[in-house]
Write a protein that binds this ligand. Structure first.
Ligand SMILES: [Zn+2]
Ligand SMILES: [Zn+2]
Length: 412
């Protein structure tokens, strides 16, 4: 560390925090002239950006920092404010958010799906194409938006309360069909009136303080197709006669879909003659569609279903795909899930790196500190869930991918 520069830097930062911009600039620029080390340089740039009132100058300091270190959270956050993508008033202290009380249920703003011809219930047909009236069979086609569903900037969301809370607000709903009053649990996005069968989907506006789903993969596996797939799966394990299968339910469950970028580096040692010699390598990371569960409903044995979706078929979130199907929003916070996603990404990168490292190498160590969660979206994926019980009374969960009809579950 450059001691002299450090001394000036300390004064520069103190005066900047004390709102004395001229003093601060004086010390910080002085520190920069003394050939400080990279971390001192970036610190000086950051505080110069803080004291500057000229947006162009501010931006250029911040961009300097990001050129060195694209993952610098402080610089990215300041740049997001400068770009108007982040409202400083919404920045929170994550440790204080957790304590927010849930409060009493609010009235839900939900859309009811009824047939324009006969007033019957309109249900999403698991074909990806239409809603159908259960009484007069009228069809309403769904033309999906061709846009690629948008991603959200991870660091910006993590700077606001949205990144740190999962839904805790319950809703009450008065059925427009029969007047009955009932409650939606915090994670529920849809409800079917238990008395008259009206189908409701919560409107996105109701979730405005939370992260809203931005994409949905339409369910295209019907109940009978799911049953057939399960039948074949059990048959292939010679289990058909031994078990009882509960009635399955088609649901949409929430998942976080992350894009991860940056770089991963590694070090190892190889033997050259009698000495062990240090070697290193690095890889640029760009991984998209790394999924992590936002639900706690899936058992461990069912989690591999995550790898079985073709996410190219995602469409913009549209309430109609959910009509008369259970659907949930997230119960796992995006920050927590991002740790899982990083693990998954690191495992992928490690495998890739192994091919570049000699087999006889030892002490292989990875550094993933420059690998970043860049952006993400909340997606709803379709599946059929059921439970299989054996003759001896033991049970296990089975899920069937609602897009491909692949079956996942445990059988020991
Ligand atoms: Zn109808
Ligand atoms: Zn009702």
């Amino acid at each position: 560390m450059n001691e002299e520069a450090e001394d000036l830097l300390v004064r520069g930062v103190a005066t900047a925090k004390n709102k004395e911009p001229e003093e601060a600039r004086h010390y910080l620029e002085w520190a920069l002239r003394l050939d400080p080390d990279p971390s001192q340089t970036q610190e000086a740039w950051y505080w110069l950006s803080e004291v500057s009132i000229d947006p162009t100058e501010k931006r250029s300091w911040l961009e300097n920092i990001l050129a060195y270190n694209p993952g610098d959270a402080r610089a990215r956050r300041s740049l997001a404010i400068l770009d108007g993508k982040l409202n400083p008033a919404e920045i929170i202290d994550p440790d204080k958010v957790k304590q927010q009380a849930a409060g009493s249920p609010q009235t839900a703003d939900a859309r009811r799906f009824i047939c324009p011809k006969c007033g019957g219930r309109m249900t999403y047909t698991p074909d990806g194409l239409s809603l159908t009236c259960e009484y007069c069979a009228a069809h309403e086609p769904i033309t999906p938006d061709k846009n690629q569903p948008g991603n959200q900037d991870f660091l910006i969301v993590m700077a606001t309360a949205k990144g740190h809370i999962a839904p805790t607000q319950a809703y009450t709903l008065v059925c427009q069909g029969c007047g009955a009053n009932f409650i939606l649990l915090p994670q529920e996005l849809t409800i079917t009136c238990p008395y008259c069968g009206s189908a409701y989907v919560l409107k996105s506006q109701a979730l405005r303080n939370l992260i809203q789903p931005s994409a949905v993969l339409p369910l295209v596996v019907s109940e009978s197709q799911a049953q057939q797939a399960l039948h074949d799966w059990l048959q292939s394990r010679h289990l058909r006669m031994l078990v009882h299968v509960s009635k399955g339910v088609g649901v949409y469950l929430p998942f976080w879909d992350f894009n991860i970028s940056g770089q991963v580096s590694w070090r190892y040692q190889v033997q050259e003659q009698k000495n062990w010699v240090d070697q290193s390598g690095l890889d640029v990371v760009y991984l998209s569609n790394i999924l992590a569960p936002a639900t706690t409903r899936l058992c461990k044995a069912c989690l591999p279903v995550l790898q079985s979706y073709n996410l190219k078929a995602l469409v913009d979130y549209d309430l109609r795909y959910l009509s008369n199907w259970p659907a949930e929003t997230y119960q796992v916070e995006v920050g927590d899930a991002s740790l899982d996603a990083r693990q998954t990404a690191l495992a992928v990168e490690k495998q890739r790196a192994q091919q570049k490292v000699p087999v006889a190498a030892k002490n292989l160590v990875f550094d993933s500190s420059c690998m970043l969660v860049d952006s993400f979206k909340l997606v709803l994926l379709p599946l059929w869930m059921t439970c299989v019980s054996r003759e001896d009374g033991r049970k296990f969960d089975v899920v069937i991918n609602g897009q491909t009809a692949q079956v996942f579950g445990e059988w020991d």
